[in-house]
Design a protein around this ligand. Structure first.
Ligand SMILES: N[C@@H](CCC(=O)N[C@@H](CS)C(=O)NCC(=O)O)C(=O)O
Length: 207
């Protein structure tokens, strides 16, 4: 989702191949044996296998909304948020969502640990409204999909937390045209498939 958000913001169009994780195409595993999505293959053959790398590549090509245009201090702050999200927070998210995969009786301890990060996001959002400062940017797009997963694990619990700025920020994301566009569903790709070029219309980015 974060890779799609950056592609949408940049306006860089790619040939999209939807993957069903239960049945990963040999063509995907041939270029990226680690078997996670997203994967982006560039025209010259280079393969980007991390969603954040895909975001940075797309915005490096074209950044009409200035997602990368922030002061060095702001950029460092954003990279710190993203690293915390992708590291410790994501680990707690997985265990909170799927405790039985980790032989845990429940996800409550991880919910408590991950909440420390969410409370810090709420505090940051209270002062600026966005993680990237005065307008939506890289950190917002990189982190919002994971906060969304967290919120949807137990919506009533999330709604009851004292995080008004975070809740408002997430609502803004989920009700945006960009969200609707990146959530578009596609049939899993097969070699016979007609190519899908995405985004079809990058003109309506507006979280
Ligand atoms: N660090 C990677 C993580 C990617 C990742 O874990 N993707 C999940 C789907 S969101 C996946 O492909 N899982 C493989 C599977 O479930 O088989 C990134 O951000 O690109």
């Amino acid at each position: 989702m974060r890779a799609r958000l950056a592609l949408l913001s940049s306006g860089v169009v790619c040939a999209l191949r939807e993957v069903a994780l239960r049945s990963k195409p040999a063509e995907m595993l041939a270029i990226s044996p680690k078997g996670t999505v997203p994967v982006l293959q560039l025209p010259q053959g280079q393969v980007l296998e991390q969603s954040l790398d895909i975001m940075l590549w797309a915005l490096g090509q074209c950044d009409p909304l200035g997602w990368l245009l922030r002061s060095p201090e702001q950029q460092a702050l954003q990279r710190g948020w993203i690293a915390a999200c992708d590291g410790v927070f994501k680990a707690h998210l997985d265990r909170y969502k799927y405790p039985n995969r980790y032989a845990l009786p429940d996800g409550l301890a991880d919910r408590a640990h991950g909440s420390v990060f969410l409370a810090s996001l709420d505090a940051a959002l209270a002062s600026s409204g966005n993680l990237a400062g005065d307008r939506w940017g890289l950190a917002d797009a990189a982190i919002a999909p994971f906060v969304r997963q967290w919120a949807h694990t137990d919506r009533a619990w999330f709604a009851s937390q004292p995080w008004p700025w975070l809740q408002r920020w997430l609502e803004g994301f989920e009700s945006s045209p960009a969200f609707a566009q990146v959530m578009a569903k596609f049939e899993p790709w097969s070699p016979e498939h007609t190519a899908i070029y995405w985004p079809a219309d990058a003109a309506h980015f507006a979280p």
